[in-house]
Design a protein. Structure first.
Length: 173
């Protein structure tokens, strides 16, 4: 059995093109991972399928949850949060994302405050095929806001604050 010269040439060219495409995809994936790993904030990026099962989970913010990159892939949101309540805040908003809506919400989990954006994943045919989101750990900002409010409250006292109140200000700062 012999292969004609033209067919062999075509197969070599096709193999070379596929190898180049694979190399570009690998380099792009490597760059995306570097961006996530070096993101200057505690960020989590994730994707879910239409059954709310994780298909992607990455980002520095996972450290605060005690979760490794990709560890939750294959788990549903219900399993991760250990609930069957479809009104549970993250589940409720991701169900809405599967209906085509985009939402932003704040949610406390594992002792951290997360500012989360979720939206539908829409394919080229306009069909919702999942949901994606990113969560920012805003715990330090929430704590700072509490300190500022407490300071404002203390400073509203008379201009001649007692030593006790001055001590509280020093404790907060």
């Amino acid at each position: 059995m012999s292969i004609e010269n033209g067919q062999l040439s075509y197969l070599r060219e096709l193999t070379e093109k596929l190898s180049q495409r694979d190399k570009k995809l690998w380099e792009r994936d490597k760059l995306v991972k570097l961006v996530f790993d070096n993101c200057p904030t505690d960020l989590i990026i994730y994707a879910l399928d239409t059954d709310l099962i994780f298909t992607l989970s990455t980002g520095k913010g996972l450290e605060h949850l005690g979760v490794e990159e990709g560890e939750v892939i294959g788990l549903s949101l219900y399993e991760y949060f250990k609930t069957d309540d479809s009104n549970f805040t993250p589940i409720k908003y991701h169900l809405l994302a599967l209906k085509g809506e985009t939402h932003t919400y704040d949610f406390e989990w594992e002792g951290r405050m997360w500012h989360t954006h979720c939206s539908p994943i829409i394919n080229e045919n306009g069909t919702v095929i999942g949901a994606t989101g990113c969560g920012f750990d805003i715990t330090c900002y929430v704590e700072q806001e509490k300190k500022i409010k407490e300071l404002e409250k203390i400073l509203k006292c008379n201009k001649t604050c007692s030593e006790d109140k001055m001590g509280k200000i020093k404790d907060i700062v």
